[in-house]
Design a protein around this ligand. Sequence first.
Ligand SMILES: [Zn+2]
Ligand SMILES: [Zn+2]
Length: 246
Amino acid sequence: MKLTVIGFWGAYAGKNEATSCFLIEEENTKILLDCGSGAVSQLQNYVELKELDAVVLSHYHHDHVADLGGLTYSRVVDMNLKRTDHPLQIYAHGEDKNEFQKLGKPPYSLVTQYEVAQPITIGPFSISFQKTSHPAPCFAMKITSTITGKSVVYTADTTYDQKLVPFSIKADLLLAETSFYADQTANTFGHMNSDEVGRLANEAKVEAVMLTHLPHFGNHQQLVNEVSQRYQGQVILAKTGEQMHI
Ligand SMILES: [Zn+2]
Ligand SMILES: [Zn+2]
């Protein structure tokens, strides 16, 4: 499976960049995890929008869904021009009925509600969910390739939560939100700091961790150093266009 970082900022997009969005590909299936602000513009450097099969949304905060409307409109254009006849599939939680019912635009985009107890299948991917601790209902996801057995766990937005350890156990890559530095309190904002990310990566014995949902302050290299104090494996700083084969 191939992962491409489309956007990695928390809260709002940095200059010419995007907030949370990751492209994951295996064989001919292309899915997005979240679709934050600036994502549609960045995506076109790596994929044709009409080739996207599905978007899986963690929650409805703007920095995770802001560009979904634009992405949906791209499918309206592409289907009407007969560039594709495949609607965009959107997978989302149903705990906020008001936000959920605004998502779809049939026949151009179709919405499926995911449930914690029922992993979903999209092409070669199996995706399971776990609710996180965050001010809005939010779900971490584990994406497993049914071809290779490799897995990526995306924490989405969360405070440090011990339940994430078994959910992330031995993942090939942990995509971890790292919103604050080690000496800052993150949980009052519903997020994790670098020390907590290091603990999670270490306790879950993951193969590698990628730091994302990065803050608009400080020196990001310090986040890497702080995570590395707790975790001996590979620590990667998310950056636009970063690609990993997993
Ligand atoms: Zn959030
Ligand atoms: Zn966020």
